[in-house]
Design a protein around this ligand. Structure first.
Ligand SMILES: Nc1ncnc2c1ncn2[C@@H]1O[C@H](COP(=O)(O)OP(=O)(O)OP(=O)(O)O)[C@@H](O)[C@H]1O
Length: 372
């Protein structure tokens, strides 16, 4: 795994929540979630298509149908190549972006139908931490206001108690409260990301969407910030929706991993199962690409080709043009996300407690004699 070097990362507390096993209600459910963007055609295309009578705007299927339950206290990792729809999914969860269709359900209630106290509980309860700790912080605001103003405005903290509240949060995320009157540019990248974490925590969230939250940091700082996330999860019982293109980073923190490809989840399982028994050829290729697992550099076998355009996705299985095992059926029919056959879970029901191991691959329908 591509463990961020330069600092030991605490081991992931895989399955620590155990919530899935206890049969509790999910804190978050995504139901058939889709988001399409309309992209205007450019001038050249429009001129060319005038002759052909076409020229309609492109529809980009950024998220093409995601169903997922996230249990309270769970860390779910969302992994996939750039452009597969991870950020769009994260932004729909936080309500920044409305879905084209489908529903985000928070604590059992559909977000689209929420009003009053329920809406407020959702808006405060689901926070986001962004990739770029510099551009996500207002450069003209002091840290005390970046962290402390929103809780005052929302009536969670009295104005007179703001300074002490901010100081406590700064300590919690490993920042010296003496720096509370400084501006973001006076901090390093890792410190700025800690300010972003404190700002999110200030609203006492239950769920935090971390969108590439360590990707912009130096590798050694990545490890420190990952450790902070792990520690805060233990202390506060937080639920994380942890988005990253880096399976190695996710392995350190996630209880479960969902692999996304062209707007859909193609495999989901407990983190240990993803690494030891990856089922989908795309997941297998992602794992092979992890630097720490490549003992012999000559064996490096990058995934062939590029992510196809979500404007015109391939027929059938969206991974078929790049898949070394593609069959005729893969070109014609999109495989559904289904439980991985028991014969492939060789060691019995190892995934109990982390939800079932599911994969969207036609190879799973082949008889044992026919399998790859
Ligand atoms: N506002 C937008 N208008 C049109 N297309 C968009 C818009 N935002 C995203 N897209 C497209 O939607 C698809 C999914 O983008 P998204 O940013 O969600 O993917 P991602 O996996 O998070 O990628 P990255 O890690 O590069 O951000 C991409 O093809 C992207 O070009």
């Amino acid at each position: 795994m591509s463990a961020p070097s330069g600092g030991a990362v605490l081991p992931a507390d895989h399955g620590a929540s155990g919530a899935a096993a206890q049969g509790e209600e999910p804190i978050l459910s995504l139901r058939g979630l889709q988001r399409h963007y309309t992209q205007p055609v450019d001038l050249l295309e429009r001129l060319g298509s005038l002759l052909k009578g076409r020229g309609k705007p492109h529809s980009v299927q950024a998220v093409a149908g995601v169903d997922l339950d996230v249990m309270a206290g769970e860390v779910i990792g969302i992994v996939g190549e750039s452009g597969c729809g991870k950020s769009t999914l994260g932004r729909m969860i936080t309500g920044i972006l409305p879905p084209t269709s489908g529903e985000v359900v928070y604590k059992g209630r559909a977000v689209g139908q929420m009003a009053g106290a329920a809406r407020r509980d959702y808006e405060l309860g689901v926070q986001m931490i962004f990739q770029d700790p510099f551009s996500s912080l207002n450069p003209r605001m002091r840290v005390i206001d970046i962290i402390g103003e929103a809780p005052v405005v929302h009536g969670m903290v009295r104005r007179g108690a703001k300074e002490a509240y901010v100081a406590e949060l700064m300590r919690k995320v490993g920042l010296d409260p003496a720096y509370r009157f400084r501006y973001p540019h006076q901090f390093s990248g890792g410190q700025r990301q800690r300010i972003g974490v404190a700002r999110a925590l200030a609203l006492r969230p239950a769920l935090i969407v971390c969108d590439e939250a360590v990707a912009a940091l130096d590798v050694s700082i990545q490890a420190q910030v990952l450790n902070l996330f792990i520690q805060l999860r233990r202390e506060l019982g937080l639920t994380y929706f942890f988005i990253s293109h880096n399976l190695g980073v996710v392995s350190h923190i996630a209880d479960r991993v969902a692999i996304m490809y062209l707007g859909r989840i193609v495999e989901i399982a407990g983190t240990e199962a993803i690494f030891s028994r990856a089922n989908h050829p795309y997941t297998q290729a992602l794992i092979k690409e992890l630097p720490a697992l490549r003992t012999d550099r000559r064996q490096f076998d990058p995934i062939k080709g590029e992510l196809p355009s979500p404007i015109d996705p391939p027929s059938g299985c969206p991974f078929h043009p790049r898949c070394p095992h593609a069959m005729d059926r893969c070109v014609a029919e999109r495989p559904l996300l289904k439980p991985v056959p028991r014969r492939q879970q060789e060691y019995g029901l190892l995934d109990a407690g982390n939800g079932p191991h599911q994969s969207a691959c036609h190879l799973n329908d082949l008889s044992p004699m026919e399998t790859r």
